[in-house]
Design a protein around this ligand. Structure first.
Ligand code: SAM
Length: 275
């Protein structure tokens, strides 16, 4: 069990303290059994010294928590619509790059977050013709990214939202379920990606959503990730974290501000040595 916790930490940065031991038991037990392992130590050694990538992916998919909903927590999406996007659009104009936007949903799960961002962008800008907009959506879990790419959701996902009008406007009913309309879908590009890996080639972004993933990491991993993500943000950029998360221990690199009842962060002073 202890070895598997180490493996999960190494693979995804997800820290399972003693209170979370049951997660290994319940989520990885069936995988160990299917892989023909008599116990978790056998599964550990198979992962550690084997080359079974699909098995590794199964473990990552199972141990990560993918709970999400459209417009989760409401307020951050109001801040996006009424403060962040308008300011970012002005800043881009000052840079001589009007009508360009780059947004990253850095732990996108099954896609509700990046599609919510897409709906807000669409709502704010109206006609997207002549705009160059990319919403990059990444997650470590292959299965969730594949599901997100389909952009099709069951009835109960449609009901769990604070913005029912937008849901009505930007989804169409198909035999398979409710499908995100093409004008929003085409704004979003999905990619499987581990936040522990280098962010070389990522950005620069106007806005990064890094929500409800920091809570799974250890303090040092959180600080390191915040610092690396800070380097992908434009000087006028914004970083949005989850309602139960903050960047207070990330140092002066981030300045918190409260807008629409939510705390968001802008790049601040860069620590000496990292300039
Ligand atoms: C609880 S969901 C949050 C989804 C969405 N951001 C939200 O706030 O509703 C956490 C997501 O983080 C992803 N995750 C966990 N560890 C990760 C890592 N090391 N790299 C990238 N994604 C990771 C999980 O796969 C999961 O989909």
């Amino acid at each position: 069990m202890q070895l598997m916790k180490q493996m999960v930490l190494q693979l995804a940065g997800v820290s399972l303290d003693d209170s979370k031991g049951y997660l290994v038991e319940t989520r990885l037990g069936p995988i160990a059994e299917k892989a023909g392992c008599a116990n978790f130590n056998e599964l550990y050694f198979k992962l550690r010294y084997g080359t079974d990538q699909p098995l590794m992916q199964l473990v990552v998919d199972a141990i990560t928590t993918h709970e999400t909903i459209f417009f989760r927590d409401g307020a951050p999406f109001e801040a996006l619509q009424f403060k962040l996007l308008p300011e970012v659009i002005d800043a881009r104009e000052r840079m001589g790059q009007s009508r360009k936007l780059r947004i990253w949903s850095a732990a996108c799960s099954t896609g509700q977050e990046p599609y919510s961002i897409g709906m807000i962008v669409h709502e704010l800008l109206g006609n997207l013709k002549d705009w160059d907009i990319q919403i990059l959506a990444t997650d470590i879990s292959k299965a969730t990214v594949e599901q997100a790419e389909k952009g099709i959701y069951p009835e109960h996902d449609m009901a769990r939202t604070s913005r029912p009008l937008l849901m009505n406007k930007y989804f169409e009913k198909t035999p398979a379920g409710h499908r995100v309309v093409d004008s929003v879908r085409k704004l979003v590009t999905f990619r499987q990606m581990n936040l522990l890996s280098p962010l070389t080639g990522f950005g620069p972004f106007d806005i990064v959503f890094l929500r409800n993933v920091l809570i799974y990491f250890e303090a040092a991993t959180r600080r390191d990730l915040a610092q690396r993500i800070g380097q992908t943000l434009l000087p006028h950029g914004w970083l949005v974290v989850g309602a139960s998360e903050n960047l207070l221990d990330a140092g002066p690199q981030f300045v918190p501000q409260t807008h629409c009842r939510t705390t968001v962060y802008q790049p601040g002073a860069v620590p000496v040595g990292r300039r």
